[in-house]
Design a protein around this ligand. Structure first.
Ligand code: FES
Length: 115
């Protein structure tokens, strides 16, 4: 019997992404074939990848000092609800729901570019 992998649900689009335990949210999304907004390509410096954790934040590993320091530079009105995390740093340990705009399948990205 195979074990079920943790699911990251990305709102508002309701995208469900399977993540290996310990994988970052962004790495799981890229592996599953989604575009995730980024400038630094996962180095933890641009903060463009940030999400709001909507529920089950206990299923993300505690943020590292590096992630905490990176998030401290965000302007206060950047996020409206939920706990901010960097998708490129937050490691998945179980099901979690996050909010992030701009997450698209690679097909959608290609179709937008073709317009
Ligand atoms: S991708 Fe740049 S901070 Fe996460």
């Amino acid at each position: 019997m195979s074990r079920r992998l943790p699911i990251v649900r990305v709102e508002p689009r309701g995208i469900d992404i399977e993540a290996e335990e310990g994988e970052t949210i962004m790495a799981a999304a890229l592996r599953a074939g989604y575009h995730w907004p980024t400038v630094c390509n996962g180095q933890g410096t641009c903060r463009v990848c940030r999400v709001e954790v909507v529920s089950r934040s206990e299923n993300l590993r505690e943020p590292s000092r590096f992630e905490i320091e990176s998030l401290q530079g965000l302007p206060p009105k950047t996020l409206d609800h939920g706990e901010p995390r960097l998708a490129c740093q937050a490691q998945v340990q179980g099901d979690v729901v996050v909010r992030k705009h701009g997450v698209r399948s690679l097909e959608e990205v290609a179709a937008r570019r073709a317009r």
